[in-house]
Design a protein around this ligand. Structure first.
Ligand code: ATP
Ligand code: MG
Length: 258
């Protein structure tokens, strides 16, 4: 296992939420119901990478490039997104990364809300009648009932309400079967799992056997260096640490005219 993450990436605080942006062409993924986002509404929840024309995309496109390079070099396909503590921006980064990856031609991406304690992707992606990830993982709902498709390239599985025993469900063999089904049926090039904070519960460690690597999100101004280092060490015991994202940066380095 790696003990030092492979890259660090800064993402600016996205600031006020009022810039206009354009829509994108949408093609349906065969057997799944379509997901048709309203990008101007999604901007209110800071999901900006569905549109090519959104200035805030730049950092996510750089992140995508780094992620794709490392996945390719290592033969990895699944990423869990976590952070030391709550509120660092895991769900925002996981969603934006997933859309950014899905905009690469010929890629198929799956995005799953596995924060079974505080699911938020349904709200962030504005999926009004969310299916039950709990039922899907438990084997009582089908993949077609659970996942929506955006643009024939991103399959999204969200969750409507908190689960009573998340760690137990994540360790249940039915979860492993369901995760395998996603891989067999959808054949995603990359799977992104939005997960809870590392130090609040054992969910990430319980799910670690199902992932190739983990992306650690630190909140600028909220995550302590000691927490980030402790997270890296803890994660490196059970999986590969893909990199660290320093999110919500108020002050970015001056990159000059470009
Ligand atoms: N780059 C950013 N700039 C400004 N605000 C951000 C940024 N990323 C996330 N946020 C905001 O921070 C808050 C927490 O984000 P998010 O829900 O993604 O965090 P989280 O780590 O998933 O939280 P939780 O631990 O509760 O699951 C949200 O209000 C979100 O809009
Ligand atoms: Mg979250």
């Amino acid at each position: 296992m790696e003990h030092v993450s492979s890259f660090a990436q800064m993402i600016a605080s996205t600031g006020p939420l009022n810039a206009p942006h354009a829509g994108v062409e949408r093609i349906e993924w065969p057997q799944l119901k379509p997901y048709k986002p309203d990008w101007s509404a999604l901007r209110d929840t800071r999901i900006v990478t569905g549109s090519r024309f959104e200035p805030a995309n730049a950092a996510f496109d750089v992140l995508r490039t780094k992620v794709l390079r490392l996945l390719r070099e290592n033969g990895w396909k699944s990423i869990a997104v976590t952070s030391p503590t709550a509120g660092c921006g895991k769900s925002v980064v996981a969603s934006n990364l997933a859309f950014s990856l899905a905009r690469v031609v010929d890629r198929r991406i799956a995005l799953l809300d596995l924060d079974l304690r505080r699911p938020s992707l349904a709200e962030y992606l504005q999926i009004l009648r969310p299916p039950s990830m709990e039922k899907f993982l438990g084997g009582t709902a089908t993949l077609e009932e659970t996942f929506l498709s955006w643009n024939d390239s991103l399959a999204v599985g969200v969750n409507g309400s908190p689960v009573a025993d998340p760690t137990g469900l994540l360790q249940n063999p039915s979860t492993q079967d369901s995760i395998s089904k996603v891989q067999e049926v959808l054949r995603p090039d990359v799977t992104v799992y939005d997960m809870p904070p590392l130090f609040d519960n054992g969910d990430v460690l319980a799910f670690a056997p199902n992932i190739d690597c983990v992306l650690l999100i630190a909140g600028a101004g909220s995550s302590k260096m000691s927490e980030i280092e402790a997270s890296e060490r803890e994660l490196a015991r059970v999986t590969n640490v893909l990199g660290i994202v320093l999110n919500k940066c108020e002050y970015m380095p001056n990159r000059g005219a470009y």
